[in-house]
Design a protein around this ligand. Structure first.
Ligand code: CTP
Ligand code: MG
Length: 238
C-alpha cells in the first residue's frame, strides 16, 4: 500500500518573532516549507505529500509548490489548517485518499531532516510497528516544575527524571494509517490535547517504538535556529 506524508505548516511562528508564517520564511532564499517538502519527497517510498497551509494561505502555498522543482513521482495536495497543530494534522488526515497504509506526520519547521531518517521511520512501520518516533538523547538535565501560583513567583522543582531514560522526539513520526486516524478521532471526542501525534496513539494504549533521530532534524523554533539552519545548508553545499 502507499505511503503519504502530512506536513503541518499552518502555524504562525510566534516564537520566531514578527514576519511571515514560519513555514514561509526563507532559509538561504528558499521557503522553509519547500525544504521540508523536498526532504520528505526525497524518499522513494513517499507517493503523496499533503501540506496543511495557514488557514488563509492555501492558494499562496499551492503557488509556491508549483514554482519550485519537486520530484515528479510524488503527488502534492494543499489543505487549509486549523487553530492548533493537532487540528491541522486532523485536517490533513481527512484529505488522504483511500489506499494509504502508512502515514508520516512531519513538521514544516524541521526542514533539514535527512532522507535516511525518513526511510528508517517508514521501514519500521512497514516491518509492523503501528507508531514510530525518531528521537535523540537529551543533552540538558530536565526538571519537572510546579507552575508559579502568581506571576513573578518562582517555580518550584518537583522532580528530576533520570536523564539517560529521556528522549527528545522529532518528526517525521510514522504510523499505521488506521491507528493514527483512530487516535485523532478519539482525542477529538475527549477534547484532550497532545503535543505530538505519537502521544495520542500512546493514550489509546498502542505501542510506540523509537528509531534514532538526527541532529539535523531539529525544529526551527527561535531566531537562533534560523542561524543554525542556514549554516547547515551552507555546509551541505560546501
Ligand atoms: N502547526 C500547524 N497548525 C497550527 C500550529 C502549528 O500546522 N495551528 C505546525 C507548524 O506550522 C509547525 C509544526 O506544527 O510546522 C510545529 O509547531 P511549532 O514549531 O510550534 O510551530 P508554530 O506553532 O508555528 O510556532 P509557535 O508555537 O512559536 O507559534
Ligand atoms: Mg506552536
Amino acid at each position: 500500500s502507499r505511503t503519504a506524508v502530512v506536513i503541518p505548516a499552518a502555524g504562525r511562528g510566534v516564537r520566531l518573532g514578527p514576519g511571515a508564517p514560519k513555514a514561509l520564511r526563507t532559509l538561504n532564499g528558499t521557503p522553509m516549507l519547500i525544504h521540508a517538502v523536498r526532504a520528505m519527497a526525497a524518499s522513494r517510498a513517499v507517493s503523496l505529500v499533503v501540506v496543511v497551509a495557514p488557514p488563509d494561505g492555501a492558494a499562496e502555498v499551492k503557488n509556491l509548490l508549483d514554482a519550485h522543482a519537486l520530484p515528479e513521482r510524488t503527488d502534492y495536495l494543499v489543505v487549509p489548517g486549523g487553530e492548533t497543530r493537532q487540528e491541522s494534522v486532523h485536517l490533513g488526515l481527512q484529505a488522504l485518499p483511500e489506499g494509504i497504509g502508512t502515514v508520516l506526520v512531519h513538521d514544516a519547521a524541521r526542514p533539514l531532516v535527512p532522507v535516511d531518517t525518513v526511510d528508517a521511520v517508514i521501514e519500521a512501520v512497514r516491518e509492523g510497528a503501528v507508531a514510530v518516533v525518531p528521537a535523540l538523547p537529551v543533552a540538558d538535565t530536565v526538571k519537572e516544575v510546579e507552575p508559579a501560583e502568581k506571576p513573578g513567583d518562582p517555580e518550584q522543582v518537583v522532580a528530576t527524571p533520570v536523564r539517560a531514560r529521556l528522549r527528545a522526539v522529532q518528526t517525521p513520526q510514522g504510523f499505521d494509517h488506521d491507528t493514527l486516524v483512530n487516535a485523532h478521532a478519539t482525542i477529538a471526542l475527549t477534547g484532550e490535547g497532545a503535543t505530538d501525534d505519537a502521544g495520542m496513539v500512546e493514550r489509546l494504549g498502542a505501542p510506540v517504538v523509537v528509531v534514532p533521530g538526527h541532529e539535523e532534524a531539529f525544529k526551527v523554533t527561535r531566531p537562533l535556529d534560523l542561524v543554525l539552519a542556514e549554516a547547515v545548508l551552507a555546509r551541505r553545499r560546501a
